[in-house]
Design a protein around this ligand. Structure first.
Ligand code: FCB
Length: 442
């Protein structure tokens, strides 16, 4: 593995997954709190009410980051912590928390990468229509200005929205994530407004923090066809449209993919599709979250979705996701060729959940996660060697946390968290990541 000297090495987290809800600190409710408290939505009915208690333990967590030797940290701001009702009155304690966190990071020589939206929409905005509402870009721009004005003097790296695919599809089409809706029309309106909100936030960032570097983060899941049969190839093409191109094409080309527009015509009724041309604003980097691939075969009853074929015999994580690092290498090369050109790519999330063993001599020996990271970093190193502009990598996640609809059972951390005591314990993957980051050949 070979990485440039100035490579950005970080870990990533998000507000709802680690902070704790802390209503006592003036934070408003969010769609995830609501969703999680609804019976049957999250494994064991678990919520982010305490999570990793990071709101109170952020100093300890920054110290952990420092001990790992990373030079960057990606976190998200909780919109309802800062503006409890989504619009209007600001909660000073909320802003102050992020200000203190940023200062702590800078004092540790760790560059903050701030994500504005990682899924915790203020509940009051959901009551006003949420992402499907045409008012979202305006609300998001106003919220962005509050954050850039407060932190833009110190935070120079900004990510607008995390994984719009999940916001739209998991939240509004499949009902697996908050707000738990299953309505194609709402889902494609939500997606449309993530594109426009990204553009609106970029405009605010440019105006208020002229020396900022900013971009969006998409989750991309490459689709492979199960065979050379033209029907299977078409199934993979549609799946790519659904998972990837619906988000890539607006952001980089200012238009929706034509094949998908035709397939989705009913769900798209009433959306001004041409308006998406506004989404293709210049970015300073492009964030990619990668976990796995999908393998598709044709399904006549559901041409759009096709059918996923589980790769029996291949390694899978505790999420049931296939470990297939080659897809990351191929994805990066495709992005370089078809979308980003020489725009820097940051891998803003990559990692794996496994059932970890009990600690031995104070360390958790998570050999599978160590191997997952090694293989994916090797894939990135291969892509760089072929000319792809990957400039940084953020391990998901710094520590075990609230894994959305899976609750606390699925552990993605390189640091173990005991949710009873809040004790943090290093896993072997944290130690091996520290070696990689410090340039030790692994
Ligand atoms: C991504 C999310 C992140 C985490 C990982 C496992 O989709 O951005 O919050 O849950 O998956």
């Amino acid at each position: 593995m070979d990485f440039p000297k100035d490579f950005i090495w970080g870990t990533a987290t998000s507000s709802y997954q680690i902070e704790g809800e802390t209503p006592e600190a003036g934070r408003g409710d969010c769609i995830w709190g609501h969703f999680a408290r609804t019976p049957g939505k999250v494994v064991n009915g678990e919520t982010g009410s305490v999570a990793c208690d990071h709101y109170y333990r952020y100093k300890e967590d920054v110290a952990l980051l420092k001990s790992l030797g990373v030079n960057a940290y990606r976190f998200s701001v909780s919109w309802p912590r800062v503006i409890p009702d989504g619009t209007g009155k600001v909660n000073p304690a909320g802003l102050d928390f992020y200000s203190r966190l940023v200062d702590e990071l800078l004092a540790a020589n760790i560059t903050p990468y701030l994500t504005l939206y990682h899924w915790d929409l203020p509940w009051t905005l959901q009551e006003k229509g949420g992402w499907p509402s045409a008012e979202m870009p305006g609300w998001f721009a106003d919220y962005t200005a509050v954050i850039t004005n407060a932190l833009g003097d110190r935070v120079k790296h900004w990510i607008t929205i995390n994984e719009p695919w999940c916001v739209a599809h998991l939240g509004h089409l499949l009902g697996i994530h908050a707000p738990g809706l299953k309505d194609p029309k709402l889902a494609y309106r939500a997606a449309h407004h993530t594109h426009l909100s990204h553009a609106a936030a970029m405009r605010v960032i440019r105006e208020t923090v002229p020396d900022a570097q900013a971009g969006i983060t998409l989750n991309l899941t490459p689709s492979y066809s199960a065979s050379d049969d033209p029907q299977d190839i078409l199934a993979a093409q549609y799946d790519d449209g659904f998972s990837n191109r619906w988000f890539l094409d607006p952001i980089f080309k200012g238009k929706y993919p034509a094949d998908m527009v035709e397939l989705l015509s009913e769900a798209l009724e009433g959306i001004d599709l041409d308006a998406v041309s506004a989404a293709a604003v210049p970015q300073d980097f492009f964030g990619v979250n990668f976990y796995t691939r999908s393998v598709k075969t044709w399904n006549a009853e559901s041409p759009l979705k096709g059918e996923s074929i589980k790769q029996e015999g291949a390694p899978h994580t505790a999420m049931g996701w296939e470990v297939y690092p080659k897809a990351l290498e191929e994805l990066i090369l495709r992005l370089h060729r078809e979308y980003v050109g020489d725009l820097p790519i940051l891998i803003t999330e990559n990692g794996a959940a496994y059932e970890d063993p009990a600690p031995v001599n104070g360390v958790i020996e998570d050999a599978q996660r160590v191997e997952y990271y090694r293989l994916h970093l090797e894939a990135i190193s291969n892509a760089i060697a072929q000319g792809a502009p990957v400039k940084g990598y953020f391990a998901w996640s710094l520590m075990d946390n609230y894994e959305w609809a899976e609750g606390y059972a699925k552990r993605f951390g390189i640091v173990h968290v005991d949710f009873e005591t809040q004790k943090r314990t290093l896993k072997r993957s944290a130690l091996s990541y520290r070696d990689i980051v410090s340039g030790v050949k692994v």
